[in-house]
Design a protein around this ligand. Structure first.
Ligand code: FES
Length: 152
């Protein structure tokens, strides 16, 4: 596989850098993905089940476009569809189950892709392509008016 093709497949221009920013208000995307700077591991661990509310977003100003994502508290939440129904979003652990690298969402391929070794996961975290063998932990998304809450 050619380097350009591989990098295109990863979709690093979308959310890879955001996945690494680990601040609650991060909703921006990078136009400079620095694809040569992938560090294996280092993503925050997934919150334990039963942790309660993990974070909230204001849908009036955050992840307003399909494919937008935010990483907070070890979770990446992505807008999959228009509207503010809970089903328009998904939230999974940001740490790849292979070796803990921060995954990113590729809106064109409708899946999460790990930039380290190319594992791919469905919108609900199921493994589509290895080497990862275990699914991503999925978290609950609820929406009240324009407030999105991610919980476990
Ligand atoms: S760390 Fe994600 S595929 Fe290896």
């Amino acid at each position: 596989m050619e380097r350009a093709e591989f990098l295109s497949k990863l979709g690093l221009g979308v959310a890879a850098v955001c996945a690494g920013c680990a601040i609650a208000s991060c909703g921006s995307k990078s136009s400079d993905p620095s694809p040569g700077a992938v560090t294996v591991g280092g993503a925050p661990p997934p919150p334990a089940q039963g942790s309660g509310n993990l974070f909230t977003l204001d849908l009036g100003s955050q992840i307003t476009n399909i494919g937008d994502s935010v990483v907070s508290n070890g979770v990446i939440v992505v807008r999959l569809d228009a509207g503010n129904a809970a089903a328009s979003f998904t939230a999974v652990q940001v740490a790849c189950t292979h070796q803990g690298t921060a995954i990113a969402y590729n809106a064109g391929q409708h899946r999460f892709i790990c930039p380290a070794h190319g594992s791919e996961f469905s919108n609900s975290g199921a493994v589509l392509v290895g080497p990862a063998a275990l699914p991503l932990r999925e978290y609950t998304v609820s929406v009240d008016n324009t407030t999105l809450t991610v919980s476990s």
